[in-house]
Design a protein around this ligand. Structure first.
Ligand code: SF4
Ligand code: ZN
Length: 303
């Protein structure tokens, strides 16, 4: 089937519809959809300093490149923040560095080794009884928030797309975690807390397939290797289940997201009070306990 708009050779058939699009019209469709999300949910305000969490994957390059259009028009200031976990022959940030240099985007890199005295490779040896993603995730979130404050970002943009978010919603549902769901959405957080830089997700309504196609067409220098410590836990089971469901019942993911968006305001309202966080007595980061999880792990590393 040719492109719906110009009859040229299509590059993609959109999920959940009979529409096929050529390269030019797909790029137009994709960017329009992302910009509509930004507008509808007020993800950007004029003069905002936005940091993009850059991992070197397709999603983060896509976000960075689309937000660059806003910084080129002087709507926002744009910088990038990458976390180097210290994983030998996996986390290569050289492509990210080249990309940022070429596009004149300031890139900050924060390293586990510098902050925690251990690279992830060394942590894995120390924490033999834990799955790497459990502590790695905590440390990464910690550094992203720390870096966002240090570099004075108003918001941190991440590459979460519709597939990621629909998995998170289901996971929280299956685990009876409505409080965690209340922190999801195109802009995170249940209340404004200056210790916690809000995250924005411009790719909220575009699928993994669409983002992959966009990134491929744009020729982003994506790193395709997989983390050697990736643990195939709960999220993977939910992803497989959702993929199977989506292929049997196209539109399932969109339905999850669309119904979630409708209940999200009341969910945020409901959990507003219970999430008044205290500050970690060791590092000052927001936490629901006396000491934050990152500081707990750091203590264990020192033992
Ligand atoms: Fe860290 Fe797990 Fe991601 Fe690897 S896959 S970088 S261990 S969170
Ligand atoms: Zn702490």
């Amino acid at each position: 089937m040719p492109c719906n708009n110009c009859l040229k050779k299509p590059v993609i058939k959109l999920t959940n519809s009979n529409v096929s699009l050529c390269k030019k019209h797909f790029i137009h469709y994709f960017e329009k959809k992302v910009k509509k999300t930004i507008r509808m949910f007020n993800l950007l305000e004029k003069g905002d300093k936005i940091g993009v969490a850059l991992s070197g994957g397709k999603d983060s390059f896509t976000v960075l490149s689309i937000l660059k259009q806003f910084s080129d028009k002087n709507v926002i200031q744009l910088e990038a923040l990458a976390i180097d976990e210290g994983i030998k022959s996996y986390r290569e940030l050289s492509n990210a560095e080249k990309f940022c240099k070429k596009n004149k985007i300031k890139l900050h890199i924060l390293r586990y080794e510098d902050f925690f005295n251990y690279s992830l490779d060394k942590m894995v040896k120390k924490f033999r009884n834990k799955t790497p993603c459990s502590f790695c995730g905590v440390f990464r979130r910690y550094l992203l928030n720390h870096g966002s404050k240090k570099f004075k970002f108003d918001k941190l943009a991440t590459g979460h797309n519709l597939d990621d978010e629909s998995q998170s919603i289901l996971m929280n549902q299956f685990r009876n975690n409505p409080e965690v769901s209340a922190r999801l959405g195109p802009i995170t957080g249940v209340m404004i807390d200056e210790r916690f830089i809000r995250r924005i997700k411009p790719l909220y309504f575009v699928t993994e397939k669409e983002t992959t196609a966009y990134s491929f067409i744009k020729g982003f220098p994506v790193e395709y290797s997989e983390c050697p410590y990736a643990s195939f836990g709960y999220r993977n089971s939910v992803r497989d289940m959702l993929n199977e469901f989506e292929s049997k019942y196209p539109g399932t993911r969109h339905s999850i997201i669309n119904s979630f968006i409708k209940i999200l305001p009341s969910l945020k309202e409901q959990f507003k009070e219970s999430k008044a966080l205290s500050s970690c007595k060791l590092c000052g980061e927001p936490t629901s306990k006396e000491t934050c999880q990152a500081c707990e792990y750091i203590k264990e590393l020192k033992n």
